[in-house]
Design a protein around this ligand. Structure first.
Ligand SMILES: NC(=O)c1ccc[n+]([C@@H]2O[C@H](COP(=O)([O-])OP(=O)(O)OC[C@H]3O[C@@H](n4cnc5c(N)ncnc54)[C@H](O)[C@@H]3O)[C@@H](O)[C@H]2O)c1
Length: 336
């Protein structure tokens, strides 16, 4: 679906983190809707290096890009030389910056700030030089366990949320300079949908519960999950927000959610109904208390006004659309 009148077929587009969940969906969005666009994916891809929490240092996976016909570059956004090459070799019209340490439980603050904040500023400088509009991934984690989900009410409770807030602060500094490009930060809430599988244990609970159910196990929820509410947003609405953010009425930071909080219990109930399997529910202690969000719900008024964003997928519809891919992944990646 085309969300605006920009003719991306004539444009050169950089997608950092393009081998990850959201980035690869953006890459295929352009390939499908604007096959003549020049799309450059820049991603670190995975190796076997891990953080102290036991999770991979980067989740980029070639399987997210099977069928992609654009340009693929393996590189690190912390590598100034690699960025200098991008700067020299291309003339970008749009930069979709998705590359980041996306794991909210990573404890290494040094690498978190370097990767998420400092490398973002380096890319922003390239955007300004190229006169490319910058669209980047901020996060609802900037709100921490606060109760107001609007710009101005940030209260991050982990290093990841802090790093995203610092990215937004970098953006404000540049927005205030009245530059000839637009800069839009998108505060995604909890995103789910195709191509998230390779985020392993950091993928959404939609796919994790679904695969627990399909394998015959009882889905494991945190205690009190009927009272843990989040704003779950389907990947297609995240793509919509990114495309609309290419021509905002105003540069700024905008929430990307449905504006309706739903519980983790709701997810399991919808999945059990859609999959036609009811193997009950079990409850485990939440190990993340203190750095966890018990309630999130996006206020999307300014996103509607300045981007024209209007979410189309409530939880039932998003999960319903996702079910065939969830089943395919179970057959191809989980069962064998
Ligand atoms: N998925 C969500 O629910 C969600 C919510 C809020 C914000 N975000 C943000 O959206 C963006 C995309 O998230 P995602 O869910 O697709 O996660 P992801 O981990 O699948 O994608 C991030 C990509 O960045 C790459 N990457 C990591 N470090 C890199 C580096 N140093 N150099 C180059 N590439 C690097 C990874 O290999 C990966 O492919 C991230 O910035 C994330 O913080 C995601």
């Amino acid at each position: 679906m085309k969300y605006n009148n920009i003719d991306f077929d004539t444009k050169t587009i950089l997608i950092t983190g393009g081998a990850g969940f959201i980035g690869s969906n953006l890459a295929f969005y352009f390939q499908t809707n604007y096959p003549k666009a020049t799309v450059v994916v820049f991603d670190k891809f995975r190796n076997d290096e891990k953080f102290s929490n036991g999770n991979l240092k980067s989740f980029g996976h070639f399987k997210n890009l099977i069928g992609f016909r654009g340009i693929v570059i393996s590189g690190d956004i912390n590598d100034e030389e690699a960025l200098a090459e991008l700067d020299e070799d291309y003339n970008f019209d749009y930069i979709f910056h998705q590359a980041a340490i996306s794991d909210t439980t990573v404890a290494e603050q040094d690498l978190m700030i370097k990767t998420n904040v400092n490398a973002y500023e380096s890319l922003l400088k390239i955007a300004i030089k190229h006169r490319a509009n910058m669209i980047y991934a901020s996060s609802a984690s900037t709100y921490g366990d606060g109760s107001v989900f609007e710009v101005g009410f940030e209260a991050p409770n982990n290093a990841y949320g802090f790093s995203k807030m610092m990215m937004d602060n970098v953006s404000y500094r540049y927005i205030n300079k009245q530059l000839p490009i637009s800069i839009v930060g998108l505060r995604y809430f909890n995103v789910y949908g195709g191509r998230e599988f390779f985020k392993n244990s950091t993928a959404s609970m939609v796919i994790q519960f679904a695969h627990q159910i399909l394998s015959g196990a009882t889905p494991k929820l945190f205690e009190g999950s009927d009272m843990i509410l989040r704003d779950f947003i389907y990947i297609e609405d995240v793509i919509q927000a990114n495309i609309l953010a290419c021509s905002p009425k105003k540069s700024g930071i905008y929430n990307v959610g449905t504006s309706k909080a739903r519980s983790f219990e709701d997810i399991v109930n919808i999945l059990q109904k859609e999959l036609g399997i009811d193997n009950g529910k079990s409850y485990i202690i939440n190990p993340f208390v203190g750095a966890y969000q018990f309630f999130t719900e996006a206020n999307i008024e300014t996103s509607r006004e300045n981007l024209g964003y209007s979410p189309r997928y409530e939880l039932e519809r998003g999960i319903g659309e996702y079910i065939p891919e969830i089943k395919r992944l179970f057959e191809v990646e989980v069962k064998c």
